[in-house]
Each structure stands twice: as structure tokens, then as C-alpha cells.
Design a protein around this ligand. Structure first.
Ligand SMILES: [Fe+2]
Ligand SMILES: [Fe+2]
Length: 175
């Protein structure tokens, strides 16, 4: 199942050039894992920095945001692997789809679509709460249930992880 991302690569010439709305950080975005939430706050801050920046100056911020998102997703996938998920679980597949789109956006921006980074940041601001509240919160609950410390990346009891791998998203569905 693909992640829901309300984003189109095609540039809409009719788009109204209104100032994009910033994305607030709210308690509803918290997942229950402080380390994960810290990374998520950085994610939200970077989206807002991009949206507050003139489009012709967004590329360095976008590159930094893309690198941050690579690390953000890799961190969660490392935790999944350490706690019994298979590498091809659906949460990781959602991450891969988002990163693929983000990389194409950089190429389109360089190819003279100067509003595409703003459109992508807006689409990610719309996508992120659903992802944080489902897959990420589900992962946080799973980490807690198996005694995984996301700061030290260690398990209180490694035998708690069964020698089977999970391809789903743990406590949430993959839809
Ligand atoms: Fe996340
Ligand atoms: Fe995630």
C-alpha cells in the first residue's frame, strides 16, 4: 500500500501565490517515544523553514531536509530491525516511497520548476500527522512493549525478541 501523499509533480499555473501555512507542532503529534519525537520536531521545524523561505532560496534547506529525512527514516528502520521486523516491512516501504518522491522533486526544481519544493513541503505537512499517529506511534508502542531503549538502542532483554520477523507494521495496519 502506497502512502497517501497529496502531491503532483506537474506544476499548476493556476495556483494562487498565497503564503503557505506553517505546520504547528502539537501534542497530538507525540508518539510516546521521546527520541522519535525529538527527530519529528526537527522534521516539522525544517518544513516550516522551507515554507518561510523565498522559493529561489529553498534548495540548500531542501537538501538538508532530505538528508535529515534519510536519517530520520533510517533510524526508525534500524529500531524496527533490532526489534523483530523484517527489512521489507510496510512502514519501511512507505519511507522508501516518500524518499523517492523527495529526490525526484529536487531534480524537478533544478529543472526550473521553482514552486515544487513548496508544494512538496505542503504535501509532507499534510502527510506527516497521519504517519506519526499510525505507523510511528505503532512502532513506539512496540519498542516500549519489548523494552527497547531508543536512546542507547539496546534491549533490556534480547530474548524478548522472538526469532521471527514481522512484515506488517506491528500494532497498526498497513493501510
Ligand atoms: Fe518518523
Ligand atoms: Fe516512520
Amino acid at each position: 500500500m502506497k502512502p497517501t501523499l497529496f502531491f503532483s509533480m506537474s506544476h499548476n499555473a493556476q495556483a494562487i501565490a498565497a503564503a503557505p501555512a506553517l505546520m504547528p507542532w502539537t501534542d497530538s503529534l507525540q508518539t510516546g517515544d521521546a527520541r522519535m519525537d525529538e527527530t519529528h520536531q526537527e522534521f516539522v521545524t525544517m518544513i516550516n523553514q522551507i515554507l518561510a523561505t523565498p522559493e529561489d532560496q529553498q534548495l540548500p534547506l531542501y537538501k538538508a531536509f532530505l538528508n535529515h529525512t534519510v536519517e530520520h527514516f533510517a533510524q526508525e528502520e534500524r529500531w524496527m530491525l533490532a526489534t523483530g521486523f523484517s527489512a521489507d516491512n510496510c512502514h519501511a516501504e512507505h519511507h522508501a516511497t516518500i524518499l523517492e518522491t523527495m529526490r525526484v522533486v529536487e531534480a524537478h526544481y533544478l529543472d526550473s520548476d521553482n514552486t515544487i519544493i513548496t508544494r512538496m513541503a505542503e504535501a509532507l505537512a499534510e502527510w506527516f500527522p497521519g504517519h506519526a499517529n499510525s505507523m510511528d506511534a505503532g512502532l513506539a508502542a512496540h519498542l516500549k512493549s519489548v523494552g527497547f531503549d531508543s536512546v542507547t538502542e539496546t534491549l533490556a532483554d534480547p530474548t524478548a525478541i522472538k526469532n521471527v520477523t514481522m512484515s506488517g507494521c506491528g500494532s497498526v495496519s498497513c493501510s
